[in-house]
Design a protein around this ligand. Sequence first.
Ligand code: ADP
Ligand code: MG
Length: 265
Amino acid sequence: MSELVISDLTAEVAGRPILTGVNLTVRSGEVHAIMGPNGSGKSTLSHVLMGRPGYTVTGGSMLLDGVELSTLAPYERAQAGLFLGMQYPTEVPGVSIQSVLRESLVAAGRMGDDLYATLSAEAARVGLDPALVGRSLNVDFSGGEKKRNETVQLALLRPKFAILDEIDSGLDVDALAQVSQRVEEATSEWGLGVIAVTHYNRLLEKLHADVVHIFAKGRILESGGPELATALEESGYAKWVEAAGGDEPAPVAADTDPFADPLGL
Ligand code: ADP
Ligand code: MG
């Protein structure tokens, strides 16, 4: 049984405080959904957990099985068992999915006998064309292919905990069902613990959330069962945002913000 314990975590980006005291504990096999308005800091939380440069932890702690993550480089966090499925997966021209996965597995000391067979099987489970695994990582992939590919990487790497930042964005209904089912199966297959950032209850139809958290103003404001996601869909976030002191801070200008949501989702 593994445990990811985030306590009073505060962090800033570009000199601006974004995370204002996040408390969250996730154990093996659990699914925690995080739902919150645009610009509330959900992706920032993902990046801070994974150690993306430019995101500065200013207080609190994040412990994976007792190991403080903030002192580790991103690759060491990955080796410790953390995985991030990014909201906007990075394109890496000239580096194929297959080589990324082979090198990752070698680095983890887990090189299986037939990477290609496993890869093909996992690609089929989420409806990703196996021909894509020879192509450059994410380059010219459709939105759906990128998210399916993140899921295949997750399935091969078998991390202890996965942060899935809007894994449902860009997926059509069939792809959504396949991806959410694959992640749900992982929770029992090897006890994956999941933090799923999403705007939509429909992700949670197959990926069953044990806990739903309302996230606004850089922290979790309320936690409850799946019924919270349903209530939210009807009422919106206004109630929580107002209780926490008004609107989200004005976002930085779009041209300086690589993480702005171009679709306004
Ligand atoms: P969410 O994922 O909840 O929509 P984000 O975590 O992406 O929100 O963003 C929270 C706030 O932090 C936004 O106002 C965003 O503009 C700002 N922000 C995030 N990353 C950066 C960055 N690298 N540089 C400047 N501002 C950033
Ligand atoms: Mg985001």
